[in-house]
Design a protein around this ligand. Structure first.
Ligand code: IMP
Ligand code: MG
Length: 198
């Protein structure tokens, strides 16, 4: 028999439950739809099915969050993946953000929403934001599932935040430690013994 995640000794406790995540995702989707309605109305078009909405998930951490969120968005949209690395391997603090793949290059005049799993130092979103703005999108909004408010080294404002959390290293719901635990359905804290000291 496989040992379920709930019984892993290295998982200390749950910070955000499945139920809390599901509720918050629906609320965030409503906030996004409201903003898009306003944007499209400003453009003189009240249809939500105009093909001008692009969601950019920052891989790999945002994949579960984005998969859940976009299924709550009754909007014609496309996805443009990008990949940024800031926590290489088994590190648990940012080593500076580096773009690992190109960003979509067709963002001019589009309503762009960049989504990431967690806002920590702010370097990842600041980097992506600066590059996207050069393409002159009609609007650019940023969203994260989690916000560790205490650890910012760059000031980035996000438009959508799932949960504000303390400065603890979390995994699950897309977030990893050394590549693992992304498929854990809740946001959990690892036992300090399981991760080397910072
Ligand atoms: P920032 O560039 O420092 O804001 O970091 C954001 C990125 O660092 C996220 O996209 C995550 O991939 C990663 N990250 C930050 N905090 C954690 C954490 O507690 N657990 C797992 N990954 C994290
Ligand atoms: Mg990331």
């Amino acid at each position: 028999m496989l040992l379920p995640y709930a019984m892993f000794p290295e998982i200390e406790r749950t910070l955000v439950t499945k139920e809390q995540i599901a509720t918050r995702i629906k609320e965030m989707a409503n906030e996004i739809v409201r903003d898009l309605e306003e944007d499209l109305a400003k453009d003189g078009d009240s249809r939500l099915d105009e093909d001008r909405v692009i969601i950019i998930p920052i891989m790999t951490g945002a994949m579960i969050f984005v998969a859940d969120l976009i299924r709550q968005l009754p909007v014609k949209l496309s996805l443009g993946l990008t990949s940024v690395r800031s926590y290489p391997g088994a590190s648990i603090s940012s080593k500076g953000a580096h773009l690992e793949s190109d960003l979509p290059d067709n963002l001019e005049g589009k309503h762009v929403i960049v989504l990431d799993d967690i806002l920590d130092s702010g370097q990842t979103l600041a980097l992506v934001k600066a590059i996207i703005l050069k393409q002159k999108p009609a609007s650019l909004r940023l969203g994260v599932m989690l916000d560790k408010q205490t650890t910012r080294t760059i000031d980035v404002k996000v438009d959508y935040t799932g949960f504000e959390i303390p400065d603890e290293f979390v995994v699950g719901y897309g977030l990893d430690y050394d590549g693992y635990y992304r498929n854990h359905p809740e946001i959990v804290i690892l036992n300090q013994d399981a991760i080397p000291k910072r």
